[in-house]
Design a protein around this ligand. Structure first.
Ligand code: FE
Length: 233
């Protein structure tokens, strides 16, 4: 099959879900520049995926199932259940802070990118935040896939250089008397923040507590909701 570069890019872009004007004849360079092509990385991944599928090495249905699992079934609600359990069960919290892998596995959250977890506890005197300065290491089984900002170069560098400034942009003012600890996730260690239990949540059960736990509160760039407060969209 004769695949021109232009045809290849068009096919690839279409696969990536980006609208492309079908204009195979006489497309000039200027036309190319006006199209919203995805990033090189996206194109490369899509090309690889197309090749693997074309050669029969990968079943597209299996890929779809995998993406669906990480987009819909595994996500920060898992981490929220871990936090809610720790808030309501002191013995579980002790184990979570000393042997996070085992304590998290107790709730069934195991898998890729979830090995060697370390849970760090926020207190009135200490605030923890997590970054991966090198790339985007993140605890998938408890938090799902990382948000775009977590993977961005500005967050990765500024979280270390000016953590208080970064948190301020997230709407989080950390008073000067509170020690700020920044944890650099790696392929070896993934961190999860155990946020402080919100005031007024004493009578809530674990399910209601879990509903207060936001994704950002487990990265350290946000706080849990207060009882009665709803998440901003
Ligand atoms: Fe990384």
């Amino acid at each position: 099959m004769d695949v021109t570069r232009r045809g290849f890019i068009t096919t690839t872009v279409a696969t990536a879900g980006v609208a492309v004007t079908p204009n195979a004849q006489g497309a000039s360079h200027a036309d190319h520049d006006q199209q919203a092509l995805p990033s090189d990385l996206t194109l490369r991944v899509k090309s690889l995926e197309s090749l693997l599928v074309e050669k029969g090495l990968v079943d597209p249905a299996a890929l779809d199932a995998l993406v669906d699992i990480y987009e819909h079934k595994i996500g920060p609600r898992n981490g929220a259940r871990v936090v809610a359990r720790a808030w309501s069960d002191p013995e579980y919290k002790r184990r979570l802070l000393t042997d996070a892998d085992a304590a998290i596995a107790d709730l069934g959250f195991v898998g890729q990118q979830g090995e060697h977890m370390v849970v760090v506890e926020n207190t009135p005197a200490i605030h923890n935040m997590v970054v991966c300065t090198l790339c985007s290491c993140y605890p998938w089984p408890t938090l799902g896939l990382p948000p775009t900002w977590y993977k961005s170069a500005p967050y990765r560098s500024r979280a270390v250089i000016d953590p208080r400034g970064v948190l301020r942009e997230f709407g989080l003012e950390i008073p000067a008397h509170v020690e700020l600890r920044v944890w650099d996730s790696t392929a070896e260690i993934r961190y999860l923040v155990l946020p402080e239990r919100p005031a007024g949540s004493e009578s809530l059960d674990q399910e209601a507590l879990a509903a207060l736990v936001t994704r950002d509160s487990m990265i350290g760039t946000g706080r849990p909701l207060s009882p009665g407060e709803s998440a901003t969209p």
